[in-house]
Design a protein around this ligand. Structure first.
Ligand SMILES: [Zn+2]
Length: 432
């Protein structure tokens, strides 16, 4: 019996409950994975591993569902730590100028490799992306086994980009529209028509800053979500990224049309976007809400940390703790798979084995038990994964980790010196 993995004596298993409303935490259990599917979770799923199977001793590990980064610009990893003191509009202006000057296919490929490596180390198995040369991102991520949902952001090359992405088994095509303020409404209509013709989702930035929502209001007489609604641009295949500035009267419109929402709290705070995503109210309406890291303004591709930021930002704004950690964790885990469009998010028999194993750190996490596990792991800033699997296939192990580190070093040896020579990372000025 090949293709089986026996996770032995997992110290803890954390999973959303069946209703996706809370979190179940199991202690000292085995997990058996056969042909990509979880087939057993009990105190003992067998002592000896079947021939051809892999055994992981997990008595110092927390097993969690692997995660999906629902909004990013992965290749912006090359701009890590850049423009740290700029508000959104100044930041956007600078970063676009830099990108126009230096972005090449090769840089997107290298940046996407670095991003994929970082995401794997943080227990992330897939991401929804929007960037230049999207097929290069799919190529890079596929080398590490990650799943990528991305696609064209222009009409003139859309068919070519879509067919190139479809060549990769790990590529999931999507239509990317930057925003309501950067794209002409006639072009947006055409992109929606293309998405419908091809049966693809739409991914768009919306209501990210106050200036944006007033800009749309001034031009159209409507707030952004109202404007999208009246133009027929909200439906179940639409992913709305950010939504920091949204009226409570707009939330039912999103609900009515079953559009999905992704919030990026770290990036929002870093870029002084203010507003905030009414996470609790959105979830209470039954809207599918996930979390993303955004690009370089997200600083690190770490979703446990984004969940932490989401919780803290909400509480800071509302002065109360109605948004509970087990509820939020559960919703984000389940919803991120629904936004990506694949089955996953639960650790239960019959579910695909998308798992990540985080080693319990004596200093950072303990004392640790079932009653403080989520808080200890998430509110204290997460941990690095040692094992990650997609459909029961291991894409991260301690051995693979060593290779990832040397891959990252090789990429950086190739691009780092040149990047630092031509860009001042602090103020964004181009030096050469
Ligand atoms: Zn973004």
């Amino acid at each position: 019996m090949e293709n089986s993995i026996l996770i032995k004596h997992a110290k803890y298993i954390v999973t959303p409950d069946e209703r996706g409303e809370g979190t179940d935490i199991l202690q000292d259990k085995d997990i058996l994975v056969e042909n990509g599917v979880i087939t057993c979770i009990t105190s003992s799923c067998g002592e000896t591993s079947p021939r051809g199977s892999i055994r992981i001793n997990a008595d110092k590990y927390v097993v969690m569902p692997a995660m999906i980064n629902c909004h990013t610009h992965a290749a912006m990893k090359i701009f890590k730590g850049s423009l740290p003191d700029m508000e959104f509009w100044e930041w956007l202006d600078k970063i676009v100028k830099i990108e126009r000057k230096i972005i090449t296919k090769e840089l997107v490929y290298q940046g996407s490799k670095l991003a994929s490596i970082e995401m794997l180390l943080n227990g992330i198995i897939g991401f929804i992306d929007m960037y230049y040369y999207p097929d290069e991102t799919v190529k890079a991520a596929s080398e590490y086994g990650l799943l990528v949902k991305t696609g064209p952001y222009r009409l003139d090359n859309a068919y070519a980009v879509l067919s190139s992405i479809k060549n990769y088994p790990n590529g999931y095509p999507i239509i990317n529209i930057h925003s309501l303020y950067k794209n002409d409404p006639r072009i947006i209509d055409k992109m929606y028509a293309l998405a419908e013709e091809q049966g693809l989702p739409i991914h768009i930035h919306v209501s990210e800053t106050r200036r944006e929502v007033y800009l749309i209001r001034r031009e159209t007489g409507k707030w952004p979500i109202q404007y999208m609604y009246s133009n027929g641009w909200l439906n179940k295949n639409v992913i709305l990224a950010h939504l920091n500035w949204v009226l409570s009267s707009e939330i039912p419109l999103i609900r009515e049309k079953n559009a999905k929402v992704v919030n990026c709290p770290h990036s929002a705070m870093r870029l002084a976007e203010a507003g905030f995503c009414p996470v609790y109210e959105i979830l209470r309406e039954g809207i599918i809400l996930g979390v993303g890291t955004d690009g370089s303004s997200g600083d690190r591709y770490n979703l446990l940390d984004e969940i932490r930021m989401m919780l803290l930002l909400y509480r800071h704004n509302y002065w109360d703790t109605r948004l509970k950690l087990p509820y939020l964790f559960s919703k984000i885990m389940v919803n991120s798979y629904r936004i990506f469009g694949i089955k996953g998010g639960l650790i239960k028999p019959g579910w695909p084995a998308h798992l990540s194993l985080f080693k319990i750190d004596v200093v950072r996490h303990r004392p640790l038990g079932t009653s403080n596990l989520l808080a200890s792991l998430i509110l204290s800033g997460g941990a690095e994964a040692d094992y990650v699997m997609i459909n029961g296939g291991l894409v991260l192990t301690p051995e693979i980790k060593a290779k990832l580190h040397s891959d990252a070093e090789r990429v950086l040896d190739k691009i780092e010196e040149k990047l630092l020579r031509i860009i001042d990372y602090y103020d964004g000025e181009l030096i050469e």
